[in-house]
Design a binder for this molecule. Structure first.
Ligand SMILES: *Cc1c(COP(=O)(O)O)cnc(C)c1O
Length: 341
């Protein structure tokens, strides 16, 4: 049976969280002489530490309850908070499936957490026979699953298997879920008290500059994140702008659909390009391709001011190409035509 208290670091369980001025008095009207703010100006007040309005809106958009929504300063902050809540430095461990998003590794290293890495198979799927013994590893606290996976673009099929066989925290990073037709694991948080679904406003919602990451999980689990987050981790302008943008669902749908259509067009067009050896199918807003010499192609593209992501060190001779505007995508295809194979 899953017991949340047993896997949390003792330091975090016994911690008396910082209580900010805006936490202790939550009314909105009055004369505020409690937070040492400057009384003059427009941005002089501290933001709502609970991001109440924005969390209500996100809950509505994601079809979950408001108390199942936690917001971080980007998903990257939430990844770091998870390590700090569950992993005792130098002792506890986490597991990822490679190749995948680089932040899990960096965040593990920052927190002195050993990261086990199981390579995905040729189809970029989880080898269930190989993962089963790994899930029994002593002091293994976190499993990170990225689906759709960055940089490969596919969704993972083994998530239910992990949830069925692991008693620690399972983090499903769905940064690209809006570009996929698969259902989100957010609709399974009520079923699994150890499941955290990560989403973000940085990708399909087009608000990377605002730094708003989303954790969806049961309230008891989220209360741990709330214990240790910096009190004012989302700024007021970010909360306001995000709230307004989340109302523009028609624009969101149109843009998302356009990017998906462009992704399909690009997948076909890239397959016709003589210098491209392989195009991987994608459920994200990017496409992974294999070329004969990724370093050379990357350099030649950069020389014409076209910047793609060179993933050669992660997957041999692979480039990851983000879907841009139709005009940008045409520019890329033209530039590839000019590179000799
Ligand atoms: C882009 C990305 C994120 C988003 O990070 P933010 O900090 O929310 O901008 C998270 N996970 C993956 C796999 C990503 O590719």
């Amino acid at each position: 049976m899953f017991d949340l208290k047993k896997i949390v670091r003792p330091t975090i369980l016994s911690l008396e969280p910082y209580s900010s001025a805006r936490n202790e008095y939550t009314g909105t009207a009055g004369v505020f002489l409690d937070a040492n703010e400057n009384p003059f100006g427009t941005w002089n007040r501290y933001p709502d530490p609970n991001q109440q309005k924005l969390r209500e809106k996100i809950a509505q958009v994601k079809s979950v309850t408001t108390d199942s929504v936690f917001l971080g300063n980007g998903s990257d902050e939430i990844i770091d908070l998870c390590f700090r809540i569950f992993c005792e430095p130098g002792k506890d461990k986490a597991l990822t499936f490679t190749p995948t998003y680089g932040m899990y590794e960096v965040s593990a290293a920052i927190n002195t957490v050993t990261l086990l890495e199981l390579p995905l198979n040729e189809a970029f799927q989880i080898d269930e026979a190989a993962v089963l013994p790994l899930l029994q590893t002593e002091n293994l606290k976190l499993v990170f699953l990225c689906s759709p996976n960055n940089p490969t673009g596919n969704t993972l099929e083994g998530i239910d298997f992990i949830l069925a066989h692991f008693n620690g925290i399972v983090i499903v990073d769905e940064a690209y879920i809006d570009f996929s037709n698969r259902p989100s694991y957010s609709q399974k948080i009520n079923q699994y008290p150890n499941l955290i679904v990560l989403q973000t406003l940085s990708k399909a919602w087009g608000m990377a500059a605002l730094r708003i990451g989303i954790a969806l999980a049961q309230p008891e689990l989220l209360s741990l994140l709330n214990r240790i987050k910096p009190p004012y981790n989302i700024s007021s302008p970010a909360q306001q702008i995000a709230l307004e943008a989340l109302e523009a669902t028609a624009l969101f749908e149109t843009q998302k659909q356009l990017l998906i259509t462009e992704r399909e067009k690009m997948t076909e067009a890239l397959q016709q390009s003589p210098i491209i050896r392989k195009v991987y199918p994608s459920e994200g807003n990017f496409i992974l391709v294999t070329v004969s010499d990724a370093d050379r192609v990357y350099k030649q593209l950069t020389d014409t001011n076209l910047i793609v992501r060179n993933r050669n060190t992660v997957i041999r001779n692979c480039l990851r190409i983000t879907i841009g505007t139709p005009e940008e995508n045409v520019l890329l295809l033209a530039a590839l035509q000019n590179i000799k194979s």
